[in-house]
Design a protein around this ligand. Structure first.
Ligand code: ADP
Ligand code: ZN
Length: 728
């Protein structure tokens, strides 16, 4: 017997399948999808078995498989085919797709042994009556009694009673020790059977989905914030698991949405596994095994949870489907939505996409009838959408209110008086975003990146938000030695100080990357705020998603212009999303919500649409622009970055790439560039970008593959191809 084994040779940056002989003793154990150790060159490396065959003729000496790693396949037939699909559609190596699909503990790499966690228990080795008779003292009796109560007693608990008694009982064979496997992640939340009666709108939506539960069909739920989408998801999932099928529920970021996850655990208890990047490798491995062993039927997780090894999927749901986190920005550059579509097709079941601000490409598909559009136009109960006001910050500057406008100040005071809560959004962390010299104009920039450094006052450091470079703030200009430095631009740290100075006795909590770097920090801030330990929650876009605080009646957008001015065709869409979603945090219960948007562009159309809660007009306006400018969804975009430590090489090779494409792909397709990438220098690497806009191009994939193989052998230049970048 022979096996085709896929291996990765890191040093040479290649991967490939090689055939090995299967020793007689391994014949029964060697299965497709397991990991094995094989000799390669002078070393033994791990690889995946992709095929097994009886015959193989070679004119060289075939080597043997050294070791079988898994008893059961870590990749089943479906996952194996998904890997091929990713490799073909995103132009990455097969092994890198498989590596991305598996938790660290199961990847085919060296030195990644993560074992099962076990717990030692004590059990009786004879009947209770016999055991009690043999006891020599009260300590021993107490241990026997304790074991009887629970059948098996955790050994460390027994040791707390009396270690010497435990040892004596074991030595005399009255009790014995057993070791059992346990799971690391054990979220204890009380299960509750309380369910809400669905509203008319929710019921209709639910019925439409369930009526097609046995076919492949994609639904887009476009429901305003607070319309009760989560409730629909849970009801659909309940129906599916009652059919003995499985459900995958994707969310953009779990640490930001503990309330969402808790709702599921409350409803479904131990049937839920959780997979996200905040878990340790051991925790992930445990959650993965719960799925594999069919101990759970629901997985909630972020992007990579789409690879959960279920084999009877009945539904996949993607919440906040517009979120860019579903697209992986490094290799393999897959989109979880595409994988979801692949898997639901494979299992012939529905795919649900849900959002208050759907991705334009998906909404366009829904409007065309490719997806089924389900709309929820009302908030649940008496809650109504918040009322918005736009404040012109140019006028406020003249009144010397550069940070908090008069109107926002007034509204904050009003809410503090009424003991209601406030959320303030500022999409920049740190204190000041630019530090420069008043005398010569010198600006502090990152030495590795083409980016200004942000001042963080609490640590007195200047930091690069791209590469993490940090340095102590100087007291004088390194250029002209003048000590008159100015701090411009506003970050969350400065805003917090400003708020504390402006409002007496205000209780404010800040949520951004700086205050949430420790595990569990997000959850604590969210919990404390929901328990009304604070009046104001201020933070970056982290606070915009999925949070549900009934006491919040005011949302302030401190500077709506930060995302509006980004040089990306999606800037308006993203601004609308961010502002609309953040606004959606206000007035979710019976208190009326208000939103104040501060901007230097009060006439901007996107902001006007946010003001009127008018997604539809915004969509039509923006689609018109996309059509004229040939952007998605009218055209596909592929981006190619040419990166090098050497400026000259990057520039020269980028021009070659552009010329190659112009000569080889369809004449209908448009090649733009090379131009400098949006962050031109990042971590000392210079990057040029070429964009391809196309509608249909059957020559594109092969041309890109050719480019890849040309560049694979060039050590000075790197080629990064993204078939559908979330940002350009
Ligand atoms: P969305 O995800 O659409 O923003 P949620 O699912 O968070 O909205 O629902 C908003 C609020 O309404 C939540 O507090 C939720 O518990 C509540 N809710 C949802 N559906 C119902 C219902 N049918 N009856 C009563 N309350 C509901
Ligand atoms: Zn940097």
């Amino acid at each position: 017997m022979y096996a085709d084994v896929l291996v990765e040779i890191k040093s040479k940056n290649i991967s490939g399948t090689f055939t090995y002989k299967v020793k007689n003793e391994f014949v029964d154990k060697c299965k497709i999808g397991i990991r094995v150790k094989v000799p390669f060159g002078k070393q033994n490396i791990e690889g995946f078995v992709l095929a097994i065959k009886n015959q193989f003729d070679a004119n060289y000496d075939i080597k043997e498989i050294e070791e079988i790693i898994d008893d059961n396949p870590v990749l089943n037939e479906e996952l194996l085919s998904i890997g091929k699909y990713i490799s073909e559609t995103t132009l990455c190596s097969l092994i890198s797709s498989y590596e991305a699909m598996l938790p660290v503990a199961l990847k085919a790499k060296h030195n990644t042994f993560i074992g099962m966690k076990t717990v030692k228990y004590l059990v009786l080795n004879m009947s209770y009556e016999e055991a009690i008779k043999l006891c020599k003292n009260n300590g021993q009796k107490e241990i026997i009694e304790s074991i009887k109560q629970v059948d098996k007693l955790i050994k460390s608990d027994a040791n707390n009673i009396s270690i010497s008694s435990v040892n004596t009982l074991i030595r005399n064979n009255i009790i014995k020790e057993i070791e059992e496997e346990t799971y690391r992640l054990n979220k204890e939340i009380e299960k509750s059977n309380k369910k809400n009666e669905m509203t008319e709108e929710q019921k209709k939506c639910y019925d439409d989905i369930v009526s097609k539960k046995d076919e492949y069909s994609t639904f887009l739920i476009h429901g305003v914030t607070g319309s009760g989408k989560t409730e629909i998801y849970m009801n659909v999932i309940e129906t599916i698991i009652n059919d003995k099928k499985e459900a995958i529920m994707l969310v953009p970021e779990i640490s930001l949405t503990p309330q969402f996850v808790n709702k599921f655990i409350k409803r479904f208890g131990k049937k839920v596994a959780i997979l996200h990047s905040g878990l340790s490798a051991g925790e992930k491995y445990d959650e993965w095994r719960k799925i594999e062993r069919k101990e759970v039927s629901i997985v909630i997780g972020t992007r990579s949870a789409i690879f959960a090894p279920f084999n009877n999927i009945g539904i996949i749901i993607i919440d906040e489907e517009h979120s860019s986190t579903y697209k992986q920005d490094n290799v393999p550059r897959y989109n979880a939505k595409d994988i979801a579509s692949y898997r639901t097709k494979y299992h012939r079941c529905p795919l649900i996409l849900g959002s208050a601000t759907p991705d334009f490409t998906d909404l366009a598909k829904a409007k065309k009838g490719i997806f089924t559009l389900l709309e929820l136009k009302n908030r649940v109960g008496n809650a109504t959408l918040p009322v918005c006001h736009i404040v012109d910050m140019a006028l406020e500057m003249r009144k010397r209110n550069p940070i908090i406008s008069e109107l926002l100040k007034e509204k904050i005071n009003d809410r503090l008086r009424k003991k209601e809560q406030i959320i303030l959004l500022l999409n920049r962390r740190g204190h000041s975003t630019t530090v420069s010299c008043r005398e010569c104009g010198y600006t502090f920039k990152c030495p590795n990146c083409d980016i200004t450094l942000t001042y963080h006052k609490s640590s007195n450091m200047l930091r690069c938000h791209y590469c993490g470079y940090a340095t102590y703030k100087l007291n004088e200009c390194p250029n002209c030695h003048n000590d008159d430095l100015t701090f411009m631009g506003l970050g969350t740290e400065k805003l917090e100080k400003e708020i504390i100075n402006m409002f007496e006795n205000v209780r404010v909590v800040r949520m951004d990357t700086d205050t949430t770097s420790k595990k569990g920090a997000h959850e604590k801030i969210i919990k404390d705020f929901s328990e009304y330990k604070y009046d104001i929650l201020l933070g970056t876009q982290m606070i915009s998603k999925g949070l549900d605080f009934p006491k919040v009646s005011l949302v302030g957008i401190i500077n709506a212009d930060t995302t509006l001015n980004l040089p990306d065709y999606k800037a308006s869409e993203e601004t609308f999303e961010l502002l609309y979603q953040t606004s959606g945090r206000a007035g979710r219960s019976n208190i009326k919500g208000e939103v104040i948007i501060q901007t230097f562009n009060p006439d901007n159309y996107t902001l006007k649409c946010v003001l009127n809660n008018d997604f539809e007009s915004f969509y039509r306006y923006e689609m018109d622009i996309r059509k004229k400018l040939k952007y998605p969804p009218y055209y596909y975009i592929t981006s190619i970055k040419v990166a090098s430590k050497y400026y000259e090489d990057a520039s020269k090779e980028a021009t070659k790439v552009a010329n190659y494409l112009k000569n080889n792909i369809s004449k209908e397709s448009i090649v733009l560039g090379p131009s400098t990438a949006s962050v031109f220098k990042f971590n000392n690497i210079y990057r040029f970008q070429i964009l391809i806009k196309y509608r249909f191009d059957d020559k594109l994939i092969n041309s890109l593959k050719d480019l890849q193989s040309i560049f694979n052998s060039n050590p000075r230049v790197n080629l990064e191809i993204d078939m559908s970048p979330s940002r350009i």
